[in-house]
Design a protein around this ligand. Structure first.
Ligand code: J2J
Length: 531
C-alpha cells in the first residue's frame, strides 16, 4: 500500500476521490437509466437493469455467506453475468480474483488455494471445454456456474430481491485481485483499490475521449486488464457509452458486430490486429466498418509497419497502449503526430506517474538511452498480494515497481519499448512465466533439466521453446510426450511450449552453477545463431 504522504497527495490532486465501483454503477444507473450499457448477442441490458441485477446478485451472494474481504475466483467469458458478478462483489466488498477463460486446473487450483477463495464462479461449456470439471480443484470454494450448473450452485438462483445489505467497502479498500503476467514459478496477484483503479479508468476514458456516443467492442477476454480498464468496459460504463461483448475476437465474429452495433472503438493485441488487417484488405469483405474511429493495440509491441497499415486499411486511427495490470498505462494521444503514433508506445496517463529508466546497476541512464523501466504513481501497486519475499526484489526500497521492460524515453515523455529483461514470454500479448512452465516440465520423471525461452515469431511476436535434458536412464522421450504431460497437469493451452527440443547438456559458462537467466540467454543466442 502507498505510504500516507503519497496517499494524501493523490487525494489532494483529485486522483483518488473516495468513490467505489459500486458508487459508480449507482451514479451511472441514475444518470443513464434506460440507455443500453451492455450488449451480448441478442441480450441488451440497460444501466438501470445492470444496477438492479448487481443488487439482486449481491443479495444472493450475501445470503450464501460472501462477506467483505472474501476472495472469489471469477472465470467468465464475455457475458453479461461478468458485470453482474463483479459489481455484486464490489458492493459486498468481496474481491474478485480475475482468472482468464483459458486457465485450467493448474491455475484455477492455485488461485483458489492461494487466495483461500470462498467461491469459484465459472461457466459451463465454453470453447469446447467444460469448466465444471475444474470444480475438482476448487477445494473449499463453493462452485457457482453462470449457465447449466450440473451438480453445482446456479448463478441464476442467486439473483434475489435486494435486501438490506451490510455497509459496502471504503474506496481505499481493495476492489479485486488482478493477475500478473509473471516471471516466477507461481502467478502473482495484484491488489488494486477502488480509489486507484477508478482513477486509471476515469483518466483513460478522458484520454480516449469516451462519451455517451461510444460503442466499444470487447473482443479480448473481458477480465484482462486492457479491455477491463484501458479504458475498456469500465471506462465505457463510466462515460455512459455502450459495451458490445464479442464471444471471440476473430474478424468473422467481430466485423458483423461492428456493423450491426455501430462500434466506434475496440482494443486488440498485435496478432489480432494483423488478422483484422488481412481480413479487411481481402477483396469482398462484406462488413461495413465505417463507424470504427479508433483501434487500440497493446499487450505486446506493435510493429511500426503494422501500425502504419491500420489507417489506410480500416479507415480509423491506431492508438498504441502500453500497460500492465500492476498499474502504469501509456497511450498515444489522438492529436499526436504520425511519427509518435506509429513509433512509440505512448506516454503515461498521469502527471504523477514517475518514470525512472536505469542501467543494470540501478543508475539512471541519460535521456533517450535504453534502460530498465521503473515506475511509481497513483495507480501503480506498491507490492503483490501476500508475496513479501518476491516484493523485496520486484520493488525498490522506495516503492518503484520494476516492470522488467526495457524502454527509452523520447521527446515529450513518450516511451518506446525496446525489449524485456524479465523471464517471460510474450506470446502475442499472452504472458508466460518461463519458470512456471519449467517447473511443470521438471515434474516429468524422465526430465533431468529444462529451460524455457522465447523465440521470435512473425505472427505472435514470440513463441515458447523448451530445451529439455532427459535423464540418461529413462525411455526415449518425444516432444508430444512433454507437451501432453504439461497439458495433463492442467496448464492453460497458451503456456504449453510451442516447440520442445532435446539436448544432451546445457552450456556451462565458466565455473560453477549457471543462473537460469544466463542459461536462458545462452540458449536464446544459440537458437538465434543457428537460424
Ligand atoms: C510492448 N509491450 C507491451 C506494448 C504491454 C493495457 C494494455 C496492455 C496491458 C497488458 C494492460 C505493450 N508494447 N504496447 O494491462 O491495461 C507488455 C510489457 C508489460 C506487460 C504487461 C493494459 N503492452 N506490454 O498487457 O499485465 O512487457 O498488461 O510489462 O498483461 O505486457 O502485461 P499485462
Amino acid at each position: 500500500m502507498w505510504p500516507e504522504e503519497f496517499a494524501a497527495r493523490y487525494r489532494a490532486q483529485g486522483y483518488w476521490r473516495g468513490e467505489t465501483f459500486s458508487d459508480l454503477l449507482a451514479t451511472c444507473a441514475r444518470r443513464y437509466g434506460d440507455q443500453i450499457a451492455v450488449v451480448e448477442g441478442e441480450r441488451r441490458v440497460s444501466y438501470a437493469e445492470l444496477a438492479d441485477r448487481a443488487d439482486r446478485l449481491a443479495a444472493g451472494l450475501s445470503g450464501i455467506g460472501v462477506r467483505h474481504g472474501d476472495r472469489v475466483v471469477v472465470q467468465l467469458p464475455n457475458v453479461v453475468e461478468f458485470f453482474d458478478v463483479i459489481f455484486a462483489l464490489f458492493r459486498l466488498g468481496a474481491l474478485p480474483v480475475f482468472a482468464l477463460p483459458a486457465h485450467r486446473a493448474a491455475e484455477i487450483g492455485y488461485f483458489c488455494a492461494h487466495t483461500e477463495a470462498v467461491a469459484y464462479i465459472t461457466t459451463a461449456v465454453h470453447e469446447g471445454f467444460d469448466h465444471r470439471q475444474l470444480a475438482a480443484v476448487a477445494g473449499d470454494a463453493r462452485v457457482i456456474v453462470a449457465a447449466d450448473p450440473g451438480e453445482h450452485t446456479a448463478l441464476a438462483d442467486l439473483y434475489l430481491t435486494p435486501t438490506a445489505l451490510p455497509p459496502g467497502p471504503a474506496a481505499a479498500d481493495l476492489a479485486f485481485l488482478q493477475l500478473s503476467g509473471g516471471s516466477t514459478g507461481l502467478p502473482k496477484l495484484i491488489p488494486r483499490t477502488h480509489d486507484d483503479y477508478l482513477y486509471s479508468v476515469r483518466a483513460s476514458a478522458e484520454i480516449c475521449e469516451l462519451s455517451g456516443d461510444t460503442v466499444y467492442l470487447c473482443a479480448l477476454p473481458v477480465a484482462h486488464n486492457f479491455p477491463l480498464s484501458s479504458p475498456g468496459v469500465l471506462g465505457v460504463l463510466y462515460a455512459g457509452g455502450r459495451v458490445v461483448l464479442a464471444p471471440r475476437p476473430d474478424p468473422a465474429t467481430a466485423f458483423p458486430l461492428i456493423e450491426r452495433e455501430g462500434v466506434t472503438i475496440t482494443a486488440l493485441v498485435p496478432p489480432l490486429a494483423l488478422l483484422w488487417l488481412d481480413a479487411a484488405s481481402r477483396p469482398g469483405t462484406a462488413a461495413d466498418l465505417s463507424t470504427l474511429r479508433v483501434l487500440q493495440v497493446g499487450g505486446a509491441k506493435l510493429a511500426d509497419e503494422v501500425a502504419g497499415r491500420v489507417g489506410p486499411t480500416l479507415g480509423c486511427q491506431v492508438q498504441q497502449v502500453f500497460g500492465m495490470a500492476e498499474g502504469l498505462v501509456n497511450y498515444t494521444r489522438f492529436g499526436d503526430p504520425g511519427d509518435i503514433v506509429l513509433h512509440t508506445q505512448g506516454r503515461p496517463i498521469s502527471p504523477d506517474d514517475e518514470i525512472w529508466v536505469v542501467d543494470d546497476e540501478g543508475v539512471e541512464v541519460p535521456p533517450g538511452e535504453v534502460g530498465h523501466l521503473l515506475t511509481r504513481g497513483p495507480y501503480t501497486i506498491r507490492g503483490y498480494w501476500r508475496a513479501e519475499e518476491h516484493n523485496a526484489t520486484a520493488f525498490t526500497p522506495d516503492g518503484f515497481y520494476r516492470t522488467g521492460d526495457l524502454v527509452r524515453v523520447v521527446d515529450g515523455g513518450y516511451l518506446v519499448v525496446t525489449g524485456r529483461a524479465k523471464d517471460q514470454i510474450n506470446r502475442g500479448g499472452e504472458k508466460i512465466a518461463a519458470e512456471e512452465v519449467e517447473n511443470h516440465i521438471l515434474a516429468h520423471p524422465g526430465v533431468h533439466d529444462v529451460a524455457v525461452v522465447a523465440v521470435p515469431d512473425p505472427y505472435l511476436g514470440e513463441r515458447t521453446y523448451a530445451f529439455v535434458v532427459a535423464r540418461p536412464d529413462t525411455e526415449p522421450m518425444t516432444a508430444p510426450m512433454i507437451r501432453g504431460f504439461v497439458r495433463q497437469r492442467g496448464l492453460a493451452a497458451y503456456k504449453i511450449p510451442d516447440k520442445v527440443e532435446f539436448v544432451d547438456t546445457f552450456p556451462v559458462t565458466g565455473v560453477g552453477k549457471v543462473s537460469r537467466k544466463d542459461l536462458r540467454a545462452a540458449l536464446r543466442d544459440r537458437l538465434a545463431s543457428s537460424t
